[in-house]
Write a protein that binds this ligand. Structure first.
Ligand code: 4AZ
Length: 492
């Protein structure tokens, strides 16, 4: 968390993921500069300096270097060496042509899939939408039957996708019980976790429901559900798979300049991710065994889980002892993470041993689709990052309130000039002063809604820290929700 040191020069926007990189992106800090990252100089200085150059529109082709032709093709290929050159060039042209044709065919087939059906993952197999979530697996690895249950909106309304109705419908509470709730949680991605299931008044305006026929089908929940226009109880299932988003933070109204020290239990989902005894990044607990962090924190060679130790429920770095902490079993980076643009900057860590929750260690809620946020929704960031640009990481956990910034504003010329993708979300103050900073990366951006704390983003990048017109940029969690649950299901 950072306090601005003064106005920035009129520099153009550029990616600066690690906050205390110097403004001159191509210069390195002096050798031996004090840094908690000194153990990883290559990682945190030289090799990771983001590349920024003028953006070239992709539809404008770069002029090819022209080979000056000799008078005509005949004499040009007359000598032996020239003949070899000609054959090589001709072969090259054929290969390029073949590659272009392959790309065109691949694109055409992709479009074909989106017209006549849905693609099974990225396998290239297309199936009709009416087979999607119909209780029978048609895709080679069953993708058509796995993303058919979701929790919707701030009240966790259980919805099931109907192949027949080709849309999502709430589940009618009639005949529903906790054991179906447990099954639904498992379908979503919560291995052995179930918190509550209750009937609530449906305020989603649904006109059709998924209704349970307990005697239908064998064990499969989907086969017991059918589309119905009536739900006699007029109540739908609100399902909580985990008791998430609870904190004892009671002093959130105090204005925090560059971050305020947190009290125990304020941000119980916040973890510190260590490599060889050094805090490197933050993360957020979402289940007893899953931590959300940023993909740029786990770039090679740190994608190896053996490097990492996870500290939960401790506010001071000085109380985290090397060798303690939770070991990591798996590190999973988003497959479409782009280290240059920081697009899709999200990763998951699976712990070897699940956390035991208490007042100081608790999960934050993953955002449900349909969770509507205000354009300038107040959010909170927390972490052990530097308290000023180019400073060292903090011993104590700090937190600050930062409002969301509308994408159009954040992408404007004077701010990040179109560097913000839909997988990113901006938060902070255009006047500067309060921001996340180096060492906060991977940590949470949360908001409070319906008396629950929701994970809205993971700290990703920004140009410096707390500078005017350079707010913090966060991974946009709602965009990653399907991917997160998919990983939780596949790696349980
Ligand atoms: C970092 O390197 C970092 N001011 C995090 C956030 C911001 C800049 C850098 C945003 O961890």
């Amino acid at each position: 968390m950072a306090l601005n040191s003064g106005p920035s020069p009129g520099d153009g926007p550029y990616y600066e993921n690690r906050g205390y990189q110097p403004e001159n992106l191509y210069s390195l800090p002096p050798p031996g500069a004090p840094s908690p990252y000194a153990a990883y100089p290559g990682l945190y200085y030289a090799s990771q300096v983001p590349q920024y150059g003028p953006r070239v529109p992709t539809h404008v082709s770069t002029p090819a270097v022209r080979l000056q032709p000799e008078s005509s093709s005949g004499p040009a290929c007359s000598s032996k060496s020239k003949k070899v050159l000609c054959v090589t060039l001709a072969l090259g042209a054929v290969l390029i042509g073949a590659a272009a044709a392959a790309v065109l065919i691949w694109r055409f087939m992709g479009r074909e899939c989106s017209v006549s059906g849905m693609e099974c993952g990225s396998s290239g197999t297309c199936i009709s939408p009416s087979y999607w979530c119909d209780g029978i697996s048609q895709c080679p690895t069953g993708e058509d039957e796995i993303q058919c249950v979701r929790l919707y909106g701030p009240n966790f309304i259980l919805q099931v996708y109907s192949a027949q109705g080709k849309s999502w419908h709430p589940v009618c509470q009639d005949d529903w019980n906790d054991s179906y709730g447990r099954v639904a949680c498992r379908y979503i991605g919560y291995k052995n976790s179930f918190y509550s299931s209750q009937g609530v008044h449906d305020d989603t305006g649904a006109t059709s429901y998924m209704k349970l026929n307990a005697s239908a089908g064998s064990g499969d929940l989907y086969k017991k559900l059918y589309l119905s226009d009536v739900c006699p109880s007029k109540t739908v299932v609100a399902l909580r798979c985990i008791d998430c988003g609870v904190s004892s933070a009671a002093h959130l109204q105090s204005r925090i300049v560059g971050g305020d020290a947190a009290a125990p239990g304020d941000w119980p989902w916040q973890v510190s991710l260590h490599v060889q005894g050094v805090h490197v990044c933050g993360g957020s607990i979402v289940t007893p065994e899953w931590i959300v962090t940023a993909a740029h924190c786990v770039e090679e060679p740190l994608s190896n889980p053996r490097y990492w130790a996870v500290f939960a429920g401790i506010l001071q770095q000085s109380l985290m002892f090397y060798g303690k902490g939770y070991r990591v079993e798996k590190v999973i980076s988003h497959p479409n993470y782009d280290s240059k643009t920081k697009n899709n900057d999200i990763a998951l860590m699976k712990l070897q041993v699940p956390l035991t929750f208490n007042d100081k260690i608790r999960p934050v809620c993953l955002p449900n689709p349909g969770l509507m946020l205000e354009p300038t929704q107040p959010c909170w960031i927390s972490g052990w990052g530097s308290t000023y640009e180019k400073g060292k990481t903090s011993n104590v956990l700090n937190a600050a309130m930062v409002p969301l910034i509308e994408p159009s504003k954040c992408n404007s010329k004077s701010v990040y000039n179109h560097l913000i993708t839909p997988a990113m979300i901006c938060a902070g103050y255009l006047q500067g002063n309060i921001d996340s900073c180096q060492g906060d990366s991977g940590g949470p951006l949360v908001t409070w809604k319906n008396s629950i704390w929701w994970l809205i983003g993971d700290t990703s990048w920004g140009s410096g820290c707390a500078k005017p017109n350079r707010p913090g940029v966060y991974g946009n969690m709602t965009v990653f929700i399907d991917w997160i649950y998919q990983q939780m299901r596949a790696n349980s």
